[in-house]
Design a protein around this ligand. Sequence first.
Ligand SMILES: *Cc1c(COP(=O)(O)O)cnc(C)c1O
Length: 456
Amino acid sequence: MSDDAIRFDLPQSAIPTAWYNIQADLPRPLPAVLHPGTKQPIGPHDLAPLFPMDLILQEVSQERYIEIPEEVREIFKLWRPTPLLRARRLEKALDTPAHIYYKYEGVSPSGSHKLNTAVPQAYYNKKEGVQGLSTETGAGQWGTALAQACSFFGLECVVYMVKVSYEQKPYRAAMIRTFGASVTPSPSNTTHAGRAILAKDPNNTGSLGIAISEAVEVAATSGGKYKYALGSVLNHVLMHQTVIGQECLQQMELAGEYPDVIVAPTGGGSNFSGIALPFVHQNLTNGKHTRVLAVEPSACPSLTRGRYAYDFGDTSGMTPIVKMYTLGHDFVPPPFHAGGLRYHGMASVVCELYDQGLIEALAIPQLETFEAAVTFARSEGIVPAPEAAHGIAGVIREALHAKETGEKRVILFNLCGHGHFDMSAYNAYFANELSDYEYPQEQIDAAMANLPEVTF
Ligand SMILES: *Cc1c(COP(=O)(O)O)cnc(C)c1O
């Protein structure tokens, strides 16, 4: 590679052939997942109404590598391997000695990393003979990705979209419909869960937790025709995303460097895990010392201000109870502009790594993230998704710190999606209509009072 290279591309033959499963290397096993009714540990058969058995087995697998089916790799060729770029113009704009690299997942046809798991999830459901999938979406990236993946495999698809995002981002809904899926603003009157919430609060703007309740209800009451798909949080979803970090390991080698710090935004933890876990593997087994930094919004700070406790994954208490850093399952975040980061909890794997001190976390307020997004767009030419901009804001803090200390810090981050459907949020930013939200401690405390009581 020449000294001034900015782009590190891999051939299609370098698409990973297996997913990396960090469960094989965790210093202690993940906490048990509990049944929402009995509050006892669940087994694979308890999940069978919602997920196909191949995915359930991946969820609990302790194997270090799980082979990626050839049919899935064939579809990955539409956009993978994704490029790794060196952000030389951003480095110059910040006047930092740091070297900044970014993996660009926005080149996928759906515009974010979500297609990496939507394709295998649709594949395994099709293989099991399912007719269609139900799901929720916040900002719309996951709904788009699952609608695309379902259309590739001839599956029906029903999407519940958080109402505030549905109204902020009408073109995401149009894109989801383009791929043949239906999309309903949530809470809706099409499910018991949605009707119960609307009866209490007709103006409810929705949350991921509520949309999950609606989507789960559709699958659970379909008599087996429909299963449910989740775009983040679950172990198998995080594992599917590890193609990102595995490619980065090869690409950093092409660049002749190794990251001192990896930065990624965290909503449910999947893009963060995708880029970070293969490097955490190197930390755990190969004597490497990369710092790993999860960046979350100050308005939805599950890792930095939540409690590590057993809680429901959804608002109505239909999903299994999982130990996670949570703001409470009935937490309704303020309608800030990063719909993909508005989840009350966090992936179990990310929580365990955080609890064990193997990763760091940081919360950043909204205005700083949009400032970072604009700085990035003007130097690198890509308009980032507001979610991804949280990572960029974290990168800029790292790069400016390296400037203070005079270090040549190598920073790698996940530019997990573009912001082409988020331009109304950018407009609001330019019109000075956005503000910072700190979630009030009393509201966090109130939501904590409703955590389920368990004896684990
Ligand atoms: C969904 C999404 C997120 C948040 O989900 P994670 O599972 O934490 O990755 C962040 N950024 C983008 C672009 C997304 O689509």
